[in-house]
Design a binder for this molecule. Structure first.
Ligand code: SF4
Ligand code: SF4
Length: 196
């Protein structure tokens, strides 16, 4: 048997950490009154981009959906027609959904996108009170219009090809460009229902 006496702990020593912390600078963030700016390359909510004339960059290829490790993206492509054109090429993304209940904001979908149609914003406020509201549809993800754009669907810039769009030769909508009647949208209201 050992004669060593048990060590007596100083009951006040335990407060050392507390006292030290009391005099440290406070780290409390006054969120949501004050929203701390994120790093410029922070991965936040996604955005579907447009060409400078307002046509959509998404070609409905589904590469983003295949690249996603969380199976959070659902895409359905469709053919453009001369009467109803959403993107300069053959196909466009008719249905596009991202399920933010699954998304881990890794950015692999952005890496996979061949047209830079899909990018990520710095927006991080993605909480909500219902599951369905966290499945973002194309309407929510498609970026708004800026100067020189006409909302899709509309005709391709006269005399330009799809390649010219990617070469940066189209810088705004041609004078007189008008939005076409969205025929297929009326036919497929169920297409945007939550399926992701
Ligand atoms: S950020 Fe990652 S998890 Fe989220 S949709 Fe893209 S690939 Fe999927
Ligand atoms: S966002 Fe990009 S990768 Fe995804 S369907 Fe559209 S073009 Fe293809």
């Amino acid at each position: 048997m050992s004669d060593e006496k048990p060590k007596r702990l100083n009951p006040v020593a335990g407060f050392g950490v507390t006292f030290k912390a009391m005099f440290k600078k406070r780290l409390t963030e006054q969120y949501p009154e004050y929203k701390k700016p994120t790093a410029p390359r922070f991965h936040g909510r996604h955005q579907l981009n447009r060409h400078p004339d307002g046509l959509e960059k998404c070609i409905g290829c589904e590469l983003c959906a295949w690249a996603c490790p969380a199976d959070a993206i659902y895409v359905e492509g469709a053919d453009n027609t001369d009467e109803e054109r959403y993107s300069p090429g053959e196909r466009y993304g008719r249905t596009y959904q991202i399920n933010y209940l699954r998304c881990i904001l890794c950015g692999l979908c952005v890496e996979a996108c061949p047209t830079r149609a899909l990018t990520m914003t710095n927006e991080y406020e993605l909480a909500n009170t219902s599951r369905s509201s966290l499945i973002y549809t194309k309407d929510e993800l498609l970026v708004g219009l800026t100067e020189g754009m006409v909302d899709s669907p509309h005709a391709i810039f006269p005399g330009m090809t799809e390649k010219d769009y990617y070469a940066g030769l189209v810088t705004e909508a041609a004078p007189g460009t008008e939005r076409q009647a969205a025929v297929s949208k009326g036919e497929e209201p169920a297409a945007e229902e939550a399926t992701a």
